[in-house]
Write a protein that binds this ligand. Structure first.
Ligand SMILES: O=C(O)CCC(=O)C(=O)O
Ligand SMILES: [Fe+2]
Length: 197
């Protein structure tokens, strides 16, 4: 399916609920789940360090070190299964992504808190391509200053959400916990580190 724009003021969002065919998405999930060296990252919140409530890995080109949540992450090499995905994204979006943050939400109690992907090394208007695999979870965006400007999107297996333009400047986003009994979800956010190092 094609990417279609989602309406949200001060944001630029494009969504394809089925960017990967179900069989492609199944194969990618099975492969990445087992080949990525999952870690518990530390996150800094209000000056205190915590264990992140999910498993993560920073993957990328050798020079694409990435600092977020107060830690500098040296990239793990690209798993072979991500090569074709990276190429297809480059062709579709015209962005040569050099890194990807992988997150594994083991069940509904694993989450991602409110944040923007606005680290300096991503540049002023980053294109962030978010590919979701596994259980469908709700992704929410809210405007930093206009409380009634917000959007919730269900992100199913094989879907692609692209955030670009001023989205990170004006909005925060999160993946809330859910009490529903649901399975694992693996999310990949492809990024371009503009100033490696
Ligand atoms: O899991 C998701 O859909 C969101 C992940 C995210 O916001 C991030 O990795 O920065
Ligand atoms: Fe994010």
């Amino acid at each position: 399916m094609p990417l279609t724009a989602l309406p949200l003021p001060d944001a630029e969002l494009a969504f394809d609920p089925q960017w990967l065919l179900p069989a492609q998405a199944d194969a990618l999930l099975a492969s990445l789940r087992d080949t990525i060296a999952w870690q518990v990252h530390r996150v800094r919140l209000f000056g205190r360090e915590h264990r992140a409530p999910r498993l993560s890995a920073w993957i990328g080109d050798a020079d694409a070190a990435y600092g977020y949540s107060g830690t500098r992450h040296v990239p793990a090499p690209w798993p072979a299964a991500l090569g074709p995905v990276r190429e297809r994204l480059r062709d579709a979006l015209g962005v040569d992504f050099n890194g990807v943050l992988a997150n594994l939400y083991r069940d509904g109690s694993d989450t991602m808190g409110w944040h923007a992907d606005d680290e300096r090394e991503l540049g002023p208007a980053p294109v962030i391509a978010s590919l979701s695999l596994g259980a469908t979870r709700r992704f929410v965006l809210k405007h930093r200053t206009c409380a009634d400007v917000r959007l919730a999107i269900e992100l199913p297996h094989g879907s692609l959400l692209v955030m670009s333009g001023a989205t990170q400047q004006h909005h925060r986003h999160a993946l809330p916990r859910t009490a529903r009994p649901i399975g694992e979800r693996l999310n990949l956010t492809f990024r371009r580190i503009a100033q490696p190092g």
